[in-house]
Design a protein around this ligand. Structure first.
Ligand code: COI
Length: 357
């Protein structure tokens, strides 16, 4: 696909602030964005242009019927070479196609996904921060743009990619966070869209999230939709528990997001001698094993959040403190391995890092 360049003059471009300690999560965006349109049955008008507002038909499908999917991915400044690398971008390309199919949208071609990203990130590379815990967060997005109020799939789409330099997702950094277990509302049900990375999954979570925040918790842990019994995932992360030295996470049964960090954690755990099981666990088992002391660690894993240790669960008006609210050994080891590869501090035996050209 040919990409037209309509770039900001060099003299007007910015770069990551010298003080990287206040980046937060997506407070600022870079100079450019990638856009391409699907119209008249073909992808066209691919361009990199100055970051700016979108103009949409007020009846655009995305605004009424929510045909919207996105990806969350990161590029990391390499400690040894000062270069920049994407982390497993082909996984996001594939997942975006799968999400598009589930939402009956026309995917942006998988084979053009990486070259769009390569072109955009190489132009805005100077926005990639350097310090530990920071990265360039990449948000590819696909929306239905056809202006038509009849309920049907859009015939027109906009695919765009925006970039934002970010710090740790949680202000806590790599320290325990607190999780609220939701009893009433649910996130996803088998046969639904839980596996697709679509905005509706996230907007449906916000009411429970607000409740969690008001009670002093960082995130919501979702239970299954049928029995409200099995633990599924956390707002922005897949969830892991360590019980009797075995790491557990929920299996991919159609309700769980196929997290790239989840997959990386599973691989790293297996290859470093840990036992890991993709198995359903009940919330009762979790609370009982916290009480008995056999549940020794919990952590979430996600692109934005990286690996986030969990120090407390709140369920049915009771607080359950995990590992004395301290970061556990296994969480630390996996965090060091994952971020070691991402920042090029240790060897990447998997070929997960893809250099920005
Ligand atoms: C990500 O981890 O990239 C996500 O998509 C989570 C987002 C809702 C902050």
């Amino acid at each position: 696909m040919k990409i037209d360049l309509n770039l900001k003059p060099e003299s007007k471009r910015g770069s990551v602030p010298d003080d990287e300690s206040n980046l937060g999560f997506s407070k600022i965006f870079t100079d450019h964005m990638f856009t391409a349109e699907f119209k008249d049955k073909k992808w066209q008008n691919a361009q990199i242009k100055p970051f700016g507002m979108l103009s949409l038909h007020p009846a655009a499908n995305v605004l009424h019927y929510s045909q919207e999917i996105f990806e969350g991915m990161k590029a990391f400044r390499q400690e040894k070479t000062d270069g920049v690398s994407f982390f497993r971008p082909e996984k996001n390309a594939k997942r975006m196609v799968a999400s598009a199919k589930r939402m009956d949208m026309t995917p942006f071609p998988e084979e053009d996904f990486l070259s769009a990203l390569q072109n955009l990130v190489s132009i805005d590379k100077q926005w990639t921060p350097k310090s530990q815990g920071t990265s360039l967060y990449i948000r590819p997005t696909l929306i239905g743009t056809e202006g038509m109020l009849g309920l049907k799939s859009s015939k027109e789409y906009l695919f765009y990619v925006i970039l934002t330099p970010v710090g740790p997702y949680f202000p806590e950094g790599f320290n325990p966070i607190k999780i609220y277990v939701e009893e009433k509302y649910i996130r996803a049900v088998e046969g639904g869209v839980g596996e697709a990375k679509t905005g509706g999954n996230y907007s449906a979570s916000l009411l429970a999230f607000r409740k969690a925040i008001e009670l002093g918790y960082n995130q919501v842990l979702w239970l299954d939709a049928i029995e409200h019994k099995y633990v599924e995932e956390v707002g922005t992360m897949n969830q892991f528990f360590v019980i009797d030295d075995i790491i557990y996470t929920a299996p991919l049964d159609g309700t769980i997001l196929k997290g790239v960090t989840r997959d990386s954690v599973i691989t790293l755990a297996k290859d470093n001698g840990y036992k890991i099981k993709e198995e359903k666990l009940t919330i009762e088992k979790i609370t009982e094993t916290i009480k008995s002391g056999s549940l020794t660690e919990a952590f979430g894993a996600g692109t934005a959040a990286s690996i986030a240790p969990v120090g407390e669960l709140f369920y049915k008006n009771e607080k359950y403190i995990i590992n004395d609210f301290k970061v556990g050994e296994i969480s630390t080891k996996l965090y060091e391995l994952l971020t070691g590869i991402q920042y090029g501090r240790i060897e990447d035996p998997y070929g997960w890092n893809v250099s920005v050209q």
